[in-house]
Design a protein around this ligand. Structure first.
Ligand code: MLT
Length: 404
């Protein structure tokens, strides 16, 4: 008789954004006239930039010719894209990262979820609380969670690092020593950032205790202030302790195109074993490479036209972020984030729980956001709004919220 992986049964409820989608679908069915504005999941709304679309067309045409046809992509990514990434995203910022340390994939979410496979099951993970649910859920599925405590909403074997208003939503070094540390900055969901000095502390700590930092930099394109690192490799010593995840979803609108990459420096070792070798082995075995057409689209992100067009797109979303931040603040809400990040983190009014406010907002303003408690217990009493909507809808949503 077969047996299931019963670690899956330890996960409370369904995936956060699936739950929200179900709730919104039920509401829409009951109120077909409602003009619902979705500022929940961080999905983009602006069309793909012209320079990228041009590259897609060109690559698609190539695929229809005998000379230009491409079958399976190299499992670690095409050289043309890997070398562009290494040069533009890292070397241009003074980071010592080479093309063969870049692993192209179909998105940062998969990589963030899969990376734990190359680590032993008895590693202890540390996560920020609140946190992007993929880090916790993927480790629980693998069996690293321990027992879920309904009262505290925490897993017994996971180290939680509360990120609260008191610490400016920046985690403190944990009292217990973890083996794997998940950090995401600019942060999802709180929109907070770490300065270079703060991130350097984490790198020094990881090197000291022999931990690996799994650094999710999916939102780096939204950094607007100086002294905020775009990559963990801007910190000294990161090559021996950090893996970095990047996405084309947020900086170039690829949520429906699927492209991302992970950086695993060759200096990152456990004894004599390079994590680079293990991740390459995993990629080779379980993945057949991102499609040629999409990798060509990714290459166009780095063209002069692509860069100029995407700069405007990021500015468009950041204008939305300001509309939300300023509008809610002037209406008396307590808000943070939104300066180096497309996420605005607000305190729910009148002591409402995060889910109470979700329902209230959906019903009275027809606006969808994300309940802070869905990201972890320290998110209770908070709510996340995304700047990825259209400008018109964002203005409308804020106006409705002001009138509540
Ligand atoms: C979010 O809303 O947190 C993100 O869109 C989720 C993701 O990028 O997978």
């Amino acid at each position: 008789m077969f047996k299931i992986n019963d670690n899956y049964l330890k996960l409370p409820g369904s995936y956060l954004f699936s739950t929200i989608a179900q709730k919104v679908a039920a509401y829409t069915e009951a109120h077909s006239e409602a003009d619902i504005i979705r500022l929940g999941i961080g999905d983009v709304t602006q069309p793909i930039a012209p320079a990228i679309i041009e590259a897609v067309h060109k690559a698609a045409d190539e695929m229809g010719t005998p000379e230009g046809f491409h079958g399976y992509a190299p499992d670690l990514g095409y050289e043309f894209l890997r070398s562009k990434i290494a040069k533009e995203d890292f070397q241009a910022r003074g980071c010592d990262i080479s093309a063969d340390e870049i692993f192209v994939s179909d998105g940062a979410k998969c990589d963030c979820g899969n990376i734990q496979e190359i680590f032993s099951l008895d590693n202890r993970i540390a996560v920020c609380d609140p946190v992007y649910p993929v880090y916790v859920d993927s480790n629980v599925m693998a069996g690293r969670g321990g027992v879920y405590d309904v009262a505290t909403e925490r897993f017994s074997d996971i180290i939680y690092m509360p990120c609260t208003a008191e610490n400016n939503f920046a985690p403190e070094l944990p009292a217990e020593t973890p083996d794997l540390i998940y950090l995401c900055f600019p942060n999802n969901p709180t929109g907070s950032v770490l300065t270079k000095e703060q991130l350097q502390q984490w790198v020094d700590y990881a090197n000291k205790v022999g931990a690996v930092i799994l650094y999710d930099a999916a939102y780096e394109a939204y950094i607007s202030e100086d002294n905020i690192p775009h990559s963990i490799y801007e910190c000294e010593g990161a090559r021996t302790c950090a893996i970095e995840f990047r996405s084309f979803s947020k900086n170039a609108g690829f949520t429906g195109m699927r492209l991302g990459f992970t950086v695993v420096p060759k200096d990152l070792k456990c004894g004599d074993v390079m994590l680079h070798t293990l991740w390459a082995r995993r990629h080779g075995t379980k993945y057949n490479g991102a499609p040629y057409i999409i990798q060509k689209a990714g290459e166009a992100v780095y063209s002069p036209e692509g860069k100029a067009q995407l700069k405007k797109q990021v500015a468009y979303y950041m204008q939305n972020a300001h509309v939300i931040y300023d509008g809610l603040k002037s209406a008396g809400y307590t808000v943070s984030g939104g300066v180096n990040s497309p996420y605005i983190w607000m305190k729910t009014p009148d002591g409402m729980t995060s889910w109470e406010f979700f329902d209230y907002l959906l019903e009275h303003a027809n606006v969808v956001g994300t309940p802070g408690s869905g990201f972890g217990p320290s998110g209770e009493g908070y709510f996340r709004l995304t700047a990825f909507g259209t400008y018109e809808n964002t203005v409308k949503a804020v106006e409705r919220m002001k009138q509540l």
